[in-house]
Design a protein around this ligand. Structure first.
Ligand SMILES: *Cc1c(COP(=O)(O)O)cnc(C)c1O
Length: 456
């Protein structure tokens, strides 16, 4: 048997030509998004004031299995894709496991994460429609950075509402965004009604993703030829991120491998949804039966401890309502070090797949355990992972160690979503031993649930 290479790259002309829309193969669709005013299912026309038209269509598309990737986007993808599928031989050896561990590495671009895959698509459709500017929010900063690169490339103006605590902790992220021409505003700010209202109520707030979303949506609606874009949660984002899974599947086919277990970290669910999409397609159509695990932080446990119901996507309650696993849009997670995993809700597609049992398991992990896995991984595999990605590493290591117990030679695939160079304050806290594991109490979660709209 020929030894499988450490890294497998597809060639440039094997780059997928279409994204895969898993909704076309789902037995049941998730409940429709509802208009926040009328509580009726939203139409493309309802979404158009906020989203680009083409993206609004993608958002509601439940029938087209493949959606062609425009050539301009494919050309941009070629700057950093196809991304490598790596066989983690060094990690396997360090663990002494019979499991085959693979990871798909998405950190190989300046923004340092998978978010660029959707950012460039969203900027492209905005440009095509003749728009002049975009607004967005960013939590940890990865999405804002990715979108800055995309807007810089297509010559669009960009205003980024950055969660205040994150803007303070990560000044270099802000500088990168400004390098690409974006304007960065710490949120809550006094530039919007939503921001002013939150500041009046909680003057010392650190900000939250939900609040920054409210500000960005309001600013987009108030500005001519401007739209709002979001880096996760939405169906369109999962669609764009399907490129991760499509490339992974094609590379594994070349190696004559197929994953038994697929693991992704889950914040809003976009990298997980994109990584598992084509494999989920196999499961939905009875071709294969891989085991899927979503990993979330114990401090923001939307899948493992949230409720499945209609909720707003933002704190200001201006966005459409989505049926999803949620902690309540008013839930303010403690400041943990995986900023990209602090969102109160979860992608409606991922939520539905989990609720119906196709996404097999969700696991919540504590951050010190996550950083133990991150440092172990960095030492043997070389890559310094983002704290978000390290959630998936934690569970991949745990699964591989379980195989060591049972002697099973499982094939494990996980998503390594990004690099952690802007997260060194978190690594420092871990090294100093000052990192705490915060787990919300049931009473704290009840407060978030109590603020949810009452809709069946
Ligand atoms: C944003 C982010 C995540 C989480 O977002 P999802 O939409 O759940 O994928 C995970 N990893 C990295 C590196 C991120 O930047």
């Amino acid at each position: 048997m020929t030894k499988i290479p450490y890294k497998t790259y597809l060639s440039e002309n094997e780059l997928p030509k279409a994204w895969y829309n898993v909704r076309a193969d789902m037995k049941e669709q998730h409940a429709p998004m509802l208009h926040p005013g009328t509580l009726q299912p939203v139409s493309v026309a309802d979404l158009e004031p906020v989203f680009c038209t083409e993206l609004a269509k993608q958002e509601l598309d439940e029938t087209n299995r493949y959606i062609e990737i425009p050539e301009e986007i494919r050309n941009f993808y070629k700057m950093y894709r196809p991304s490598p599928l790596v066989r983690a031989y060094c990690l396997e050896e360090a663990l002494g496991t019979p499991a085959h561990i693979y990871y798909k590495f998405e950190g190989n671009n300046t923004s340092g994460s998978h978010k660029l895959n959707s950012a460039i698509a969203q900027a492209y459709y905005a440009k095509e429609q003749g728009l002049k500017s975009l607004t967005t929010e960013t939590g940890a900063g990865q999405w804002g950075t990715a979108l800055s690169m995309a807007c810089g490339y297509f010559g669009l103006d960009l205003r980024v509402y950055m969660v205040k605590v994150s803007a303070q902790q990560k000044p270099y992220r802000k500088a990168v965004m400004e390098t690409y021409g974006a304007t960065v505003i710490p949120s809550p700010s006094d530039t919007t009604e939503a921001g002013r209202k939150i500041l009046a109520e909680f003057p010392d707030t650190n900000g939250s993703l939900g609040c920054a979303i409210s500000e960005a949506v309001e600013a987009a609606v108030a500005t001519d030829k401007c739209r709002y874009v979001l880096g996760s949660v939405l169906n369109q984002v999962l669609l764009h991120q399907s490129i991760i899974g499509l490339e992974s599947k094609a590379a594994m086919e070349k190696l004559e491998e197929y994953p038994d277990v697929i693991i992704g970290c889950a914040g809003g669910g976009s990298n997980l949804g994109g990584l598992i999409a084509p494999f989920m397609g196999d499961k939905l159509t009875g071709k294969a039966n891989p085991y899927f695990i979503a990993v979330e932080p114990a401090s923001c446990p939307s899948l493992t401890r949230g409720v499945y119901g209609y909720d707003f996507c933002d704190t200001g309650k201006v966005t459409p309502l989505a049926k999803m696993y949620t902690l309540g849009s008013g839930f303010m997670p403690s400041s943990n070090h995986a900023g990209g995993l602090r969102y109160h809700g979860m992608s409606p597609i991922v939520s539905k797949l989990y609720h119906d049992g196709y996404l097999d398991e969700a696991r919540a992990v504590e951050q010190t355990k996550v950083f133990e896995a991150a440092t172990q991984f960095a030492k043997v595999e070389g890559i310094l992972p983002a704290p978000e990605s390290a959630h998936a590493i934690r569970v991949a290591i745990d699964e591989a160690l379980a195989c060591k117990e049972t002697g099973e030679e499982k094939t494990i695939l996980f998503g390594l979503t990004g690099t952690g160079y802007f997260d060194m304050a978190a690594y420092m806290a871990f090294h100093e031993g000052s990192m705490a594991d915060y787990i919300p109490t049931d009473a704290e979660l009840q407060k978030g649930f109590a603020g949810m709209p009452k809709i069946d």
